[in-house]
Design a protein around this ligand. Structure first.
Ligand code: FE2
Length: 288
């Protein structure tokens, strides 16, 4: 299976080879989609947000391999806010930070794209609209955004999952738009995909029921596919089909691996009301 890797089209329009690579693998790696300057502007804005953030406000430690956050109102209420989530182990038992706050963050989410002008600009444009149309999204809206830090040495692994588990619609339309804000490779925890497995259905659903998240196993058949590391130089856009299984390793290097991930939902499909992600009714959903 050919690696789904291309130089980014200037206008965002995908050619036939790009579209067929995405259809075949569930992934598309477009190098140079955003300029280094655009990535640096988002990084600088992120640094400002971190400066203004008071860790004492955070009542949770977000850990990708734990369900501790699922009962936490801070996480569940973040769908229409800009909130800060710490790495496990960043605090001692009394909740005091053990490392500088800029090194303690796991991610910021989930409405950066709607609440912050710099992120808004980075998240939208005619090029992204053309790219979304190229993979078949009819009426995409941006449901969530995350600045993912993958800190040097402590950035935790993220296990194999399908994004549609968490952002479900009928039929599945969730699509990830993952931007490398700095070089991501296998040493600092780049994405690793299971190419071709997006045609094997959804294995697990995450429902928000009675104030908490409940997971339902839908299919115990193991995935089959070709494991494919997806290294991404700074400025690369990686598209992820909502059913495409992917993971990332821990960051064992001394380099950080900042990424900015957007998730789109196609309004031509039916959003599942039991998704965890809730937004204030007054905050209009917008596309690219
Ligand atoms: Fe994911």
């Amino acid at each position: 299976m050919r690696e789904p890797r291309f130089a980014a089209p200037v206008d965002g329009r995908l050619d036939a080879a790009m579209r067929s690579a995405f259809a075949e693998t569930g992934f598309l790696v477009l190098e140079g989609y955003r300029s280094a300057a655009a990535c640096d502007a988002v990084r600088a804005r992120t640094a400002e947000l971190i400066d203004a953030f008071d860790p004492a406000d955070v009542s949770t430690v977000f850990a990708a391999d734990s369900n501790a956050h699922t009962r936490d109102a801070y996480f569940l209420g973040s769908g229409d806010k800009i909130r800060f989530f710490l790495e496990p182990g960043a605090c001692d038992a009394a909740g005091r930070l053990q490392v500088a706050k800029a090194r303690a963050l796991n991610k910021i989410g989930h409405a950066l794209h709607d609440l912050d002008p710099v992120f808004d600009g980075f998240s939208r444009g005619a090029d992204l609209a053309a790219t979304a149309a190229g993979i078949g999204l009819v009426d995409p809206v941006l449901m969530q955004s995350m600045l993912i830090f993958k800190q040097p040495r402590i950035g935790a692994e993220v296990g194999l999952h399908q994004d549609a588990t968490f952002l479900h619609s009928d039929p599945v339309s969730c699509t990830g738009f993952w931007f490398a804000l700095e070089d991501a490779d296998e040493s600092n925890g780049c994405l690793i995909g299971l190419a071709g497995a997006h045609r094997q259905g959804l294995k697990e659903r995450s429902h928000f029921v009675d104030g908490r998240i409940v997971k339902t196993r839908l299919d115990d058949t193991p995935f089959t596919g070709i494991e494919m590391a997806l290294p991404a130089p700074k400025g690369t856009l990686v598209l992820l089909h909502g059913l495409a299984p992917h993971r990332s390793t821990a960051n064992s290097s001394d380099r950080s691996r900042w990424a900015y991930a957007l998730h789109a939902h196609d309004r031509a499909t039916r959003w599942s009301d039991d998704n965890w992600l809730k937004r204030d009714a007054g905050m209009t959903l917008r596309g690219f």
